[in-house]
Design a protein around this ligand. Structure first.
Ligand code: HEM
Length: 152
């Protein structure tokens, strides 16, 4: 049973990272440049339609990241007792992940606080992608280089 829960959590966590990071890269490097030359009205209409759909992916993705992430967290804790480097890196990873969630939500949301970010969305989407890539790098290091004291 525990094996299945671990697998489902891993599939969910990695699957969500693939969809959200891959989708963000597609938006930033394929759709945005391809739509840049459209007439203003068409561009705005396309932007609104894309964001309305992408917003659901972002919100669903954050929920899945949190659910599977905290499951991973409680599973990993007993395996890494006293490993300072593991806890430090996991703490940094979680803070970066929360920053990614904040930026990603701000970019698809309507809050006035994030208006300056939306006005410069190409730059902020790139920053979000780079931070999320950092999260993946740290996570992979934790998994491979600091695997804990028993196989999963
Ligand atoms: C931007 C959001 C996130 C991304 C892109 C991400 C990505 C990843 C990836 C790629 C792995 C390696 C999975 C594997 O090889 O099995 C992983 C593992 C993990 N993630 Fe996340 N994650 C994110 C958010 C979170 C959050 C919010 C938490 C905690 C609440 C979390 C906790 C963990 C834990 C504990 C592991 C296992 C590390 C280990 O192997 O010891 N993640 N994550």
């Amino acid at each position: 049973m525990e094996l299945w829960l671990n697998l489902i959590s891993r599939w969910t966590h990695i699957g969500t990272a693939i969809v959200i990071l891959g989708g963000s890269i597609f938006l930033r490097f394929v759709l945005t440049p391809a739509a840049a030359d459209l007439p203003e009205a068409e561009h705005l209409a396309l932007r609104q339609r894309v964001l309305a759909r992408w917003k659901r992916c972002v919100h669903g993705g954050i929920a899945l990241f949190l659910l599977s992430g905290f499951y991973n967290y409680f599973r990993a804790m007993p395996l890494h007792k006293g490993e300072g480097l593991y806890h430090a890196l996991l703490g940094i990873k979680m803070l970066l992940a929360f920053a990614v969630f904040l930026l990603a939500s701000g970019l698809v949301g309507k809050s006035r606080l994030f208006e300056p970010l939306r006005a410069n969305s190409k730059r902020w989407l790139l920053i979000t992608i780079l931070l999320a890539a950092g999260v993946v790098l740290i996570s992979g290091y934790l998994k491979v280089a600091l695997p804990g004291n028993r196989p999963l």
